[in-house]
Write a new protein. Sequence first.
Length: 85
Amino acid sequence: MTIRYTSVANVLPESKMRLYPTKVINILGEQGEKKYVHTGRFQDEEQARAIDHGLRATLVREGQRFTSLAPNVDAINAFAATLLE
């Protein structure tokens, strides 16, 4: 799973933001019970959990809604289906 965090305010001028309103959907994946695999990652497990905690805290502090999803295909598919309703 890839997480990409951008701030639209840093990408588009305010005038374009008003012309092209968007709906932001923040989705955070839960850790689950699987062992942490360090291969291909920049952080160890402790650092990754700190980043996760910081991201969640930022969303809460800024009043941004987010959805936490269990780390399984059924949960992800069920959430995706709600977006199409």
